[in-house]
Write a protein of this length. Structure first.
Length: 435
């Protein structure tokens, strides 16, 4: 007969009784002293002789450990390659995770119960070097970024062997064979033009082991915007016939920074000027200058045009303003000439009118004097003229009319002489070469 079992810690009297049913039973008694024992390790993982990588997590599972005395116990784990314990006085019924550096580890596992009973077991683990692990925080894959904003480059890559020697942020341009390295920092920012872009994070260790993560992002586009309130024109108005240095400045904002074509046009009748504008280097101000001469007075039209792109689908913004071209010095001379010529025409016309009126008056007087009827039908009296000749006396009405005609005729030469001899108050000098 074989009995297999466990006895608690104590002094046990064990009696063996044999009875054949005929004779009296035969008894045999022995005394067994059972002392308290240390906990027993029941390690599930890892197993003795396992081969791991330095980047691999080790699960310490000792849930099958037992203390037959029913005492509570704790677990501690140490390695001959480490100064500090891997685990110390932890609950063995909980799975614990750690990582081990590369090398061959002799692992010491110690169980200690509440009565200070200790059990120690040993296993061997071989840990090989591992490749670095790229951990990309930002940007996320399929991220869409607003126009004008930079890309945040952030990573927390790891290398269990602590021998990572290379970290690269790479930009994969469309059609390019090799990527462009845009940064080697763990935290950085970078700007890209609008569109779809492919980025990657590449890490490498001293053994040549490497890891790489790829992401695709989208940079949104924006339209150019001219601020009409910031339009400055120097000079504010133009003068006809005068050569002028004409300057235009305006603020143009394009969040994605892709607009580099800003120009201005000035149209004045058949005259046309195009002004190429350039960035001043600060505050989004664009400036352009051109020398011009406006031929005539008028109201020319100024247009400032910002163009984003080269195709027919290019985004365009336009600001317009009407200017004024005023009369110049030469125009003033021409006006003076016109006024002087008009004045002369009026004077000569007035002289001609007066002379014509005089001839009419003389003709009427001669006609009256030639009427014989006045002398035959009316009684006349003779009077002496200044020359001593007798002058017939007419009726009172006809005589008065004749005297009026003579007075007016006598006054005409005086008026003509006065107008011809009178000098103008202001002499007008005309530049006949420029008229």
């Amino acid at each position: 007969m074989i009995f297999d079992g466990r006895l608690s810690a104590a002094t046990h009297n064990i009696t063996l009784s044999i009875d054949d049913g005929i004779h009296s039973p035969q008894l045999m008694t022995i005394v067994v002293e059972v002392t308290q024992s240390a906990p027993v390790l029941g390690l599930v993982t890892p197993s003795d002789g396992d081969m791991l990588k330095s980047s691999q997590v080790v699960n310490w599972d000792a849930k099958q450990s037992v203390d037959y005395d029913g005492d509570e116990f704790v677990m501690s784990i140490r390695s001959n390659l480490l100064d500090d314990p891997i685990l110390e006085d932890v609950d063995p019924f909980v799975i614990h995770t750690t990582m081990l550096p590369s090398g061959t580890h002799t692992i010491e596992i110690t169980l200690t119960d509440s009565t200070n009973k200790i059990r120690t077991d040993f296993i061997t683990l071989t840990v090989n070097q591992s490749d670095p692990q790229a951990v990309l925080i930002s940007p996320e894959n399929r991220l869409s970024i607003a126009a004008g904003n930079s890309i945040l480059l952030e990573e927390e890559s790891t290398d269990a062997d602590d021998d990572m020697v290379t970290r690269e942020w790479r930009y994969w341009a469309p059609g390019a064979t090799w990527p462009q390295v845009i940064s080697t920092n763990s935290l950085d920012t970078y700007s890209l033009p609008p569109g779809e872009h492919h980025l990657s994070l590449y890490v490498e260790d001293s053994r040549g082991g490497w890891d790489e993560i790829h992401v695709n992002i989208t940079i949104q586009s924006s339209l150019p915007k001219l601020d009409a309130n910031t339009l400055i024109i120097t000079p504010a108005s133009l003068t006809a016939g005068v050569k002028t240095e004409f300057t235009v400045s305006i603020v143009m904002v394009d969040e994605d920074g892709t607009t580099d074509n800003v120009r201005a046009t000035l149209t004045h009748g058949i005259q046309f000027w195009e002004i190429n504008m350039s960035y001043s280097g600060a505050d989004n101000i664009w400036v352009g200058t051109v020398e011009l001469t406006a031929n005539d007075v008028g109201r020319p039209n100024l247009k400032v045009i910002a163009t984003d792109g080269d195709s027919v689908d290019a985004a365009v913004d336009v600001v317009s303003k009407t200017l004024v071209v005023s009369a110049g010095q030469e125009d003033g001379r021409a006006m003076t000439f016109v006024i002087a010529a008009t004045t002369l025409v009026v004077i000569f016309g007035l002289i001609g009118f007066i002379a014509n009126s005089r001839r009419k008056k003389i003709a009427e007087l001669d006609m009256i004097e030639s009427w014989d009827a006045f002398g035959k039908n009316k009684k006349t009296t003779s009077t002496q003229s200044d020359t001593g000749k007798a002058v017939p006396e007419l009726e009172s009405g006809l005589t008065d009319s004749a005297h009026e005609v003579e007075a007016e005729s006598a006054a005409i030469p005086d008026i003509e002489e006065s107008m011809l001899e009178q000098e103008p108050k202001q002499k007008v000098e005309l530049d006949w070469d420029n008229v």
